[in-house]
Write a protein that binds this ligand. Structure first.
Ligand SMILES: Nc1ncnc2c1ncn2[C@@H]1O[C@H](COP(=O)(O)OS(=O)(=O)O)[C@@H](OP(=O)(O)O)[C@H]1O
Length: 246
């Protein structure tokens, strides 16, 4: 992953404050990672690009655009912090169908990799919102970074942290996303996003979602189950729910 630097290595120039073009350059340099590898062929040309483009490149993202009177950029009130490969992209994309949710399509990695850039840098990444709209982001690696909980708490103790394990916890939103927004894709084996209005094809996210899994040696599976058993048990106790994973 390319590293974004404010000061060139070996440069004699002193570090300078973050500028708008720095942010744009950073976003472009990180776009594969930020877009969660969603630049795959099967997410192109299906009429859904604006979902992510809106974040990174559009005027509407606020990265290049000016705010009008009623819109502001807010720090996120809810963050999907993990788990990696838990379906976090799908959850965010389905949540974004709701008109009261605005989200960064890319993964900002603020609380793990970019923390030193500061909260204003982070806020600047956020989409503009109107009153009543929730701001969200998802970076699943937050879940495995020990500094993250303290850092999020320091930003706001009210931020909701969402962890996808199986049934996602929703956010007290009115019922807007319904069965009409889901289209089951048998090849992928999961539901894809659908816009009930218009004729756009269902959007199944990128090639990295719904990959063929290799066959795993049963001994390895057994070892993994044995290893995770005590952690799962603790997790069931914490959540008050036996997920039956072992
Ligand atoms: N509805 C829907 N849409 C898209 N993807 C879905 C969905 N449901 C589950 N999955 C599976 O979720 C896996 C990817 O999880 P993440 O998006 O959290 O991955 S990542 O950590 O951000 O890279 C990825 O799993 P694998 O394909 O096994 O890697 C997806 O197949």
């Amino acid at each position: 992953t390319p590293t974004f630097m404010m000061e060139e290595r070996g440069s004699r120039n002193p570090p300078r404050p973050l500028q708008k073009q720095d942010l744009e350059m950073f976003l472009k340099s990180q776009s594969r990672d930020l877009l969660n590898n969603e630049s795959d062929a099967d997410s192109k040309g299906d009429g859904w690009e604006e979902n992510k483009g809106d974040v990174v490149y559009d005027e509407d993202s606020g990265v290049a655009g000016a705010l009008n009177g009623s819109e502001t950029k807010k720090l996120p009130q809810a963050i999907i912090i993990g788990v990696k490969k838990g379906g976090t992209r799908a959850l965010l994309e389905f949540l974004r169908l709701h008109p009261d949710i605005r989200a960064v399509g890319a993964e900002p990695h603020f609380f793990d990799r970019n923390y030193e850039k500061g909260l204003e840098w982070y806020r600047e990444l956020m989409p503009e919102t109107q009153e009543g709209q929730l701001t969200m982001e998802k970076t699943p690696s937050y879940f495995v970074t020990k500094e993250v909980p303290g850092r999020i708490h320091a930003m706001s103790k009210d931020t909701k942290l969402i962890v996808v394990v199986r049934d996602p916890h929703f956010l007290g939103l009115r019922r807007e996303v319904t069965h009409k927004h889901f289209h089951f894709n048998p090849a992928k084996g999961f539901p894809c996003l659908k816009r009930p209005e218009g004729n756009s094809k269902p959007h199944c996210l990128g090639k990295t979602k719904g990959r063929t899994h290799p066959n795993i040696d049963p001994d390895v599976i057994q070892r993994l189950q044995d290893f995770y058993k005590p952690f799962n048990k603790k997790f069931y106790q914490m959540t008050g729910h036996d997920f039956g994973w072992d």
